[in-house]
Design a protein around this ligand. Structure first.
Ligand code: SIN
Ligand code: CO
Length: 384
């Protein structure tokens, strides 16, 4: 299995480091060549539909000023020589060679992966000592950077010079290291860290997602909408006389809470919410101007080439006893159990040779599925 773990195996990494402690993987990407140049990253930061920020430790209106893109090209010429950084989100959605870096992390479930953020730092640049709520792999591109990492901290260690970077109080480093191109630093959630560019440098952050209890509860309840019974309500046929009528007794509390918990314990409803929630297309979707006719699609599939998943398309599936629930960009599609083979190909590969797809066309359900997914622009043809 492709991975960027150096001499560690995925099993060793998961056992000893994942969500436990930071580690440096020297030459995780041997002979690393940046898939884009700093000028191209700056170009992306000037685009309308790309999320970007510039953080200025010094030389801004105040320390750690955060500016939001899209920027004008001239903005970059006015920046100081040192102590700033430009960060661009979801570059994997923009640059296929960046998206390909994710293939080194497939030993982790796709739904846990979020995106690749890329930063370019001027000498001495960085975003300051901070915590992230997510696991991150920091891949060193061009240049070199000194990183320190501390033990995981609670929210009481956060300080708020601004709302965007979770800056933290000074911490005692448990790791102090210099990364060279191709080196990787893995940092578990909430371990404070700080990277200072020793010279102008690029950093690729492979970020993960871990839904919070708050988001799950709010999202799940919202997804249930008014799907609750009015007749199912509090009842107490065995009511006993209580000493004081003003008391809410423990049994009453328990019964009321049980009603709430029962509504939350519908496994199928939760699975459906979770599938849609995880495949929500964060950066928006690309939609084709015109729907391709089914005949054209199948004529293409009969030819040479590959089908490519649009990087913004998120796909996940859940195997149920009598069905496969497929989620594509928050849409739920229920399929026969026999669809598993096709679904695994769609979810497991970003690029599918057309020759591999042809056999699915013989099954009407799968033929319709593939036609719809291509018509909606979730997958596109690419000649090779
Ligand atoms: C950076 O690329 O400067 C910041 C990455 C991080 O600390 O998460
Ligand atoms: Co960070």
């Amino acid at each position: 299995m492709l991975h960027a773990l150096g001499s560690l195996t995925p099993e060793q990494f998961l056992r000893d480091y994942w969500q436990k402690k930071p580690c440096v993987i020297r030459q995780g990407f041997p002979d690393f060549q940046d898939p884009l140049e700093p000028e191209e990253l700056a170009g992306l930061a000037c685009e309308e539909d790309v999320e970007s920020r510039i953080v200025l430790e010094k030389g801004g209106k105040h320390a750690w000023e955060v500016r939001h893109g899209p920027f004008k090209e001239s903005h970059f010429t006015k920046l100081p020589a040192t102590h700033w950084t430009v960060l661009v989100q979801r570059v994997d959605h923009q640059v296929p060679a960046v998206a390909a870096m994710l293939d080194h992390f497939r030993y982790l479930p796709n739904w846990r992966l979020d995106d690749i953020m890329i930063s370019y730092a001027a000498p001495q640049g960085g975003v300051g000592p901070h915590v992230d709520n997510y696991d991150v792999f920091l891949i060193q591109g061009k240049g070199s950077r000194r990183w320190t990492v501390g033990e995981a901290v609670g929210e009481d260690q956060e300080i708020f010079p601004n709302d965007e970077i979770r800056h933290v109080k000074a911490y005692a480093p448990i790791m102090d290291t210099v990364l060279m191109p191709g080196d990787i630093l893995y940092i578990p959630p909430r371990c404070p860290h700080e990277g200072i560019a020793l010279e102008a440098c690029m950093t690729y952050s492979v970020g993960f997602r871990a839904p919070s209890q708050r988001d799950l509860v709010k999202g799940f309840v919202a997804s249930l909408e008014d799907d609750f019974s009015e007749t199912l309500r509090y009842s107490d046929p065995d009511l006993q006389i209580q000493d004081n009528p003003g008391e809410i007794r423990a049994e009453a509390l328990e019964r009321a809470q049980r009603l709430v918990l029962d509504a939350m314990s519908d496994k199928a409803a939760f699975a459906d919410f979770f599938g849609r929630y995880l495949t929500w297309p964060k950066g928006g979707l690309w939609e084709p101007d015109e729907e391709m006719p089914a005949e054209t699609i199948w004529a293409e599939i009969a030819g040479e080439g590959v089908l490519i998943r649009e990087p913004a398309t998120r796909i996940a599936y859940i195997v149920q006893p009598n069905a496969i629930q497929l989620y594509v960009s928050s849409e739920a599609i229920e399929l026969e159990p026999s669809a598993l083979d096709c679904v695994q190909v769609l979810a497991g590969q970003c690029e599918i040779p057309l020759a591999e797809l042809r056999r699915f066309g013989e099954n009407l359900e799968l033929r319709n599925l593939l036609t719809t997914l291509i018509q909606k622009g979730y997958w596109v043809f690419n000649e090779i």
